[in-house]
Design a protein around this ligand. Sequence first.
Ligand code: PMP
Length: 316
Amino acid sequence: MRSKYVWMNGQVVPYADATVHLLTPALHYGIAAFEGIRCYATERGPAVFRLRDHMERLVGSAKILGWEELPYSADALIAGCKQTIAANALSECYIRPIIYLAEGGWNLNICGTKPGIGIAVWEWKAYLGEEALARGVRANVSSFARHHPNATMTKAKISGNYVNSFLAKSESSRLGFDEAIMLDPSGFVAECTGENLFIVRKGRIYTSPGAPILEGITRSTLATLAADLGFAVEERPISRDQLYVADEVFVCGTAAEVIGLREIDNRAIGCGATGPVTRALQQAYAKAVAGEHPRSAGWLDYVGLELLADERVKSA
Ligand code: PMP
């Protein structure tokens, strides 16, 4: 996760200087909003996938937390992401912007508090392992329920929400699985610890309704790519046993990309390997992020060769 430079509150600083104090309230109460974004190597240099959509979700998460005004606009943060990538001279990377409770809030009230903002980048290849793409992974249904939408806010990518993901993923890993599927408080399939979920049955694709989950940007990307391939994606409640008898189950997220679930709760799914619909979507997604798909132009935000050259001169 090391890089040369990090963007901190408007300035690009050396990695070692991008620190916060022990008494930063975000660390105590989990009050921070963040994003996970990927930048891909393309023929025209590094390009960030759906950068504006991610930044709008970030600003939305801060609003859900209760911050009425931020020191930087979505546009300034978009420029900050590109500047950080260029300063680090990375052709491909993961981008982690975070808005955190920097000052105040010891009385558990967001009013009058001060947010700090940072953007880090690092090289991060396959989140669930290289083999996962080809073979698919094994998942369990977690004993931990996903958030109730009126307990913590599920549309926001808030740091504190990830306690729930940590509990589920750690349990899953200790049981020998690769990922955990989480059910919502009424017992229907919600999402995974860091991915949204789809099932394929009799040539149709279904995904859980948006209300109790984080509405992923990869999820919406796949809905478009699936429609291009002639599949309509239907949102409807999915029960645990519908997973077991599905022809294919796959999960998606910025970090994981598109991954088939070859086994759930020790039951083989479909043919027990990544299925044909999952494979077609994996291929379309790989083309889209690499700038090789008709949809790429609308989704990729190029860092720009001039900015790359400028930042190289500054850091030389
Ligand atoms: N659900 C959860 C809980 C997540 O953490 C993520 C990753 N951000 C997703 C879904 C997928 O979202 P996206 O496709 O925007 O990365």
